[in-house]
Design a protein around this ligand. Structure first.
Ligand SMILES: [Cu+2]
Length: 146
């Protein structure tokens, strides 16, 4: 009974979320990794869902908290971890792309003072078709990530 109620609530919340989305796009699980002292760069992670019937392409992200935000990807090539800049990230119809440690991520220069756990950082995602999506990313320690 309790499980059923919880499932129903989740379904209702999902409907509400979808209703306010820009044409079938939504983002969840956004967070910014708290940087160790002296770190020059910070990383942020999130999942972009495309519930629409055409591909959508993330082309840039900005935030009032950072000078700039880059789209990056971590890859292991010949056993060595590399990080590279990517121009865009395409999300297939009815698909999702996770920006997560070890893969795609957002990378920003650390501002002064650096963000601390508890701060919520606004991020604005820009898509190729001109749509934008605003999300808030809480700052977390790496071990406390969802
Ligand atoms: Cu990076």
């Amino acid at each position: 009974m309790r499980l059923h109620t919880r499932g129903l609530l989740a379904a209702v919340l999902l409907l509400i979320t979808r209703a306010v989305d820009a044409a079938g796009l939504h983002v969840d699980g956004a967070w910014v990794r708290e940087a160790p002292p002296g770190a020059a760069m910070l990383a942020a992670y999130l999942v972009v869902h495309n519930d629409g019937d055409r591909p959508r392409t993330l082309v840039s992200v900005d935030s009032p908290r950072f000078d700039f935000v880059m789209l990056h990807r971590s890859r292991v090539v010949d056993g060595v971890a590399h990080m590279e800049h990517v121009e865009q990230i395409t999300i297939a119809p009815a698909g999702r792309v996770a920006l997560q440690p070890g893969g795609y991520h957002l990378m920003m220069p650390a501002p002064e003072p650096p963000p601390r756990v508890g701060e919520r950082i606004p991020l604005r995602l820009h898509f190729q078709d001109g749509e934008t999506l605003q999300v808030e990313a809480p700052v977390r320690r790496a071990g406390d990530a969802p």
